[in-house]
Design a protein around this ligand. Structure first.
Ligand code: ADP
Length: 509
């Protein structure tokens, strides 16, 4: 039978080039509010570098359109077919600045406004988020079935978080009507964000009435968008193996653990990668002095520069702890505040960069007032300073209550700044405690989310720093040799994509 250009590739499950539609509500540098924006830029680029045809679908938020237009000097209309939707829209063709990954921007009036992807200039959620991301999901399903007249049909759709989850439900609904669909993968970047809307919203989605049940989109009387992915995607992933296990427990399952246990055979944890082009101490424009695993001399200069910038005594032998974080309950900043008198008892220094929760901001200011010779808090977002803290500190604190993957500990490892982390999620998967043996150790872990447990781990770290300098140097070198690159993670996604495709191509009995 002759092949039309839009039919699925015949050996998609083998070694051939895959066509993947990556659906996300963020992709750096066009739109980013958190880790999702990084993953959606870096993973498609890494998959393309491995030879695959990956294209992004992103809402055309006004600031994103502006950035894409500036980068390209104008945007081409790729499709008007979506004008038939109850919420008319069109697709614009763009490229992701930096990597050149092809992007379709979904242009509709609901995205064309000043403000953030999910919130207005006042910080409140857009009141029509339910309509905005239902439209986005319908458009994704249309592109996935080549109903948008693009002449391109993906083998697989990869949707991310609640904002794009419904596209898996729309594709499953279409299949019930006999329409073919690609394989689907849905990634949970943070289960705590679920896209919950009043029940009436379900009846506006145009999905089969049978999807309104606790086995479908209903969630304790509300309409849950994330369930569109959790229930209807062929495969589920999340961003670390430990988080994949944790979300199947009542403690971390956000009331979805039962569903995730039921789908455990289809749930895989794949670690995020770090962007080592941006985070490389040997070539970091933000640093006073570059350094590498072979030549660590620059790190001492970066430490002195950071102590100076913080207004703290410039003392090479004094251990310096760093922290860069959103100030949110998730991150355990309150544990640092509660443990601070113990952490600083022996004269160590602490610098913190973060913004967020007002009470935590005030707590950090108070800490600085109480320990002016030892503690410095910067309440702002500052990319360059984040780099200087990663380089200049000896220890990096990440006492998160939960952490789907975490990026800062990966940067810390690459910068030879030993992480002190709670044994949870991606932190547990990427940091090896000294107790495991000096030959592979890269940091210090603790279990209980308490100030005592944190102080205990920091105490062990400071003792090692002061009393076992050779062990410390060995751990720094171990840490800097770790490879959490996107190339590695992309290979794991690819293996999963092939598994998903093989499962769909297998004859049904
Ligand atoms: P999350 O995505 O949960 O906030 P991650 O550790 O995965 O946590 O990623 C946080 C990212 O945001 C890192 O790149 C970190 O350096 C950056 N970051 C957080 N707060 C700040 C800040 N105040 N200034 C600069 N960078 C920050």
């Amino acid at each position: 039978m002759p092949q039309s250009p839009s039919s699925p590739s015949p050996q998609a499950a083998g070694t051939s080039r895959l066509r993947v539609l990556f659906v996300s509500s963020e992709a750096r540098p066009l739109a980013k509010t958190g880790g999702l924006g990084d993953v959606s830029a870096d993973l498609p680029a890494a998959l393309r570098a491995l030879g695959h045809d990956v294209r992004l679908l992103l809402p055309a938020y006004r600031p994103a359109m502006r950035r894409a237009q500036e980068a390209a000097g104008g945007l081409r209309v790729a499709s008007l077919a979506l004008q038939r939707d109850p919420e008319p829209a069109r697709l614009l063709a763009a490229r992701l600045p930096g990597s050149g990954v092809p992007v379709w921007l979904l242009d509709a009036w609901r995205f064309d406004r000043e403000g953030g992807p999910y919130t207005g200039p006042d910080g409140a959620d857009w009141p029509d988020n339910a309509e905005r991301f239902a439209l986005f999901a319908r458009a994704a399903a249309a592109v996935a079935r080549d109903e948008a007249d693009l002449g391109w049909r993906p083998d697989l759709v990869h949707a991310n978080d609640w904002q794009s989850a419904l596209c898996c439900a729309y594709l499953a609904a279409g299949e019930l009507e006999g329409r073919t669909r690609p394989a689907t993968v849905f990634t949970i970047h943070n289960l705590a964000y679920q896209g919950l809307f009043p029940a009436e919203q379900f009846w506006r989605l145009g999905l089969p009435p049978a999807f309104w049940s606790s086995e479908g989109l209903e969630f304790y009387g509300q309409c849950s968008y994330i369930k569109g992915g959790l229930v209807y995607a062929d495969w589920l992933t999340t961003v670390s193996p430990t988080y994949a296990r944790e979300i199947r427990t009542p403690e971390h399952g956000c009331l979805l653990d039962g569903l995730l246990r039921a789908r455990a055979d289809r749930l895989v944890g794949i670690l995020n990668g770090a962007d080592y082009r941006t985070w490389n101490p040997a070539r970091d424009p933000h640093l006073a002095a570059p350094y590498s695993r072979r030549d660590l001399a620059g790190k001492a200069q970066d430490k002195a520069a950071l102590q100076r910038e913080a207004g703290l005594p410039v003392e090479p032998a004094t251990p310096l702890m760093g922290m860069v974080t959103r100030l949110a309950a998730q991150k355990g900043v309150d544990l640092v505040l509660a443990a601070a008198p113990r952490l600083l008892a022996d004269g160590a220094q602490l610098v913190v960069l973060g913004t967020g929760d007002r009470a935590l901001e005030e707590g950090l200011r108070e800490l600085q007032r109480r320990f002016p010779q030892q503690a410095r808090a910067w309440i702002r977002f500052d990319e360059g300073l984040a780099h200087r803290i990663e380089a200049g500190a000896d220890l990096f604190l990440m006492p998160s209550r939960f952490e789907p993957c975490g990026l800062n500990q990966l940067y810390s490892l690459r910068y030879g700044t030993l992480p002190v982390v709670r044994r949870t999620g991606g932190l547990a998967d990427t940091v090896v405690d000294l107790a495991e043996g000096e030959a592979q150790a890269t940091g210090f872990l603790f279990d209980e989310p308490t100030a005592e447990a944190l102080a205990g781990a920091v105490g062990r770290a400071l003792a090692c720093y002061r009393e076992r300098p050779q062990t410390w140097r060995r751990m720094v070198r171990n840490a800097m040799a770790q490879d959490f690159s996107w190339r590695r993670s992309a290979g794991e996604y690819l293996a999963l994509y092939r598994r998903a495709l093989a499962a769909r191509e297998a004859p049904r009995l």
